[in-house]
Design a protein around this ligand. Sequence first.
Ligand code: SF4
Ligand code: SF4
Length: 546
Amino acid sequence: MPKVTINGQVYEAAKGKTIIQVADDIGVQIPRYCYHPDIGIEGSCRMCLVEVKSAPKLLPACATPVTENMDVRTDTQRVHEAVRYAMEFLLLHHPIDCPVCDQSGECWLQDYYMAHAGHDSRYPLGQKTRRRKAFNLGPLVKLDQERCILCTRCVRFTRHVTKTNEIQVFNRAHNSEIGIFEDRPLNNPYSGNVVDVCPVGALTSADFRFKARVWFLKGTDSVCAGCSTGCNLRIDHTARAAGGGIPGYTATDGKIYRTVGRRNVEVNKSWLCDEGRLSFHTLERWPRLRQASVRGKQQPVSALLPVIHANFESVRSDHGDDAVAALASATNTNEGLFLMKKYFKGRLDFRLGREVEQYQQQQDELLRRYDKHPNTHGALDLGLAGGLGGLRRLRDLAEKKEVRGMWISFHPQLVGEDAPEIIEDLKRLIEALEWSVVCTTHDFGWAHEADFLLPMAAWAEEKGTYTNYAGRVQIANRAVMPAGDAEPLHVLMAELLNLSGVEVPTDPAAIFEWIASEVPGYGGLDYDAIGPSGAAVAPVPEEVLR
Ligand code: SF4
Ligand code: SF4
């Protein structure tokens, strides 16, 4: 552990780290464009130059490893001047079109200009080099060559991370520019990450650009629910505000505009796949179920829950406890599933198809997994793969009248390619039951065949934990309000348990405490201590998977 002094303070640094990495660890700001912790070192932008005692010249902090007793200064006049000159060079041919640039408000050129440069251009605007504006690199990404500062982050992303090499630097010297080959568009499954890594407005998202100014958006840290990897992301959305929201925009009750990767080296580094990045659109792909109903007649949720509870009790007293069962969904949080297990006395299953055999299988070498459920591991940990055998077996039990009343939780957007078969099984299941409750996020025709229909909060509308394929418990936060009268599953289950005489909290942290006290592998975990990178639980025993 070499001892290094930065701006007069002595720190212990891990051996092999560079000055910029140590500075990041201790919270000392060093400007940078080309350096990115998950793409590697380029050393070309010259923004991170620092003064090192006894070194004759300024050194790039991104490419200089710390050594014993190194004395570094990031705040001297020499350093400030070097950064100012680097900025002047980078802005020489920049169009300075901030008012019409979609990156405005989160552009590193703007930030560093205000912090370190503040100079007037010595180059007349009319003589600046003109380059191609806003053309497609692929379905998700647009490039404005005039704004590019040639940091090569995008080039190195496609070279080192996806290994697809679509983006290249073409030409030499002053004529250098970023681009793609004509017959090779940027259409790899992770293409949106180049927008995240581009520090300026050169690469913008075709999905997000000009939809909202970033300073009107609120960022909520959460976890992607698109597959069992559970990548960390930030949801950018309008905040629910009485009479507030974005001037000129209609959504005032919370609308998601985009998601961006959030760094967690244990799970996804800084990356998201495009499918996961855009998966928030599935919330609006079909009409949302906004109100509860009983046989087609709308009712408040609070009025229906006592009736639903009374019906389950009546079936139990007439036909025994086994006549009531539930179908859960591995898209629900651990808290919702745990309370569901309590209410249905262990008579539930969550398996729709092949998710259990697929949940650890990778779809590619980077992040994506075949299992499109975020919480299959959690459902297994909670013991939801019991003797009921999944959807098909439950359907058989209903047809044999061994199960008569059932709760069916369903997240339609995540069943993937098996959806038509699953919907067919669900229809047959509902038809075979004496009475049924479907609790779902979207308004599907087939769900109206159930006696009771309850709207359920979807991903980004509820708070709770998912356990990813590797057994990492992570917190997904609520970013926007649920549609209509929808409630998170754990709230609905807490109310049913309360009706049955069991006092249950609705706070996810309190429910998680209960989980930690009962579920093997979760002992000792504390909701408040899970933190931004999650906490590991023990692997699922092999016999549970069989
Ligand atoms: S397009 Fe963006 S990420 Fe790529 S080199 Fe230019 S500034 Fe860097
Ligand atoms: S790999 Fe899975 S969890 Fe990660 S962003 Fe894609 S869909 Fe979401």
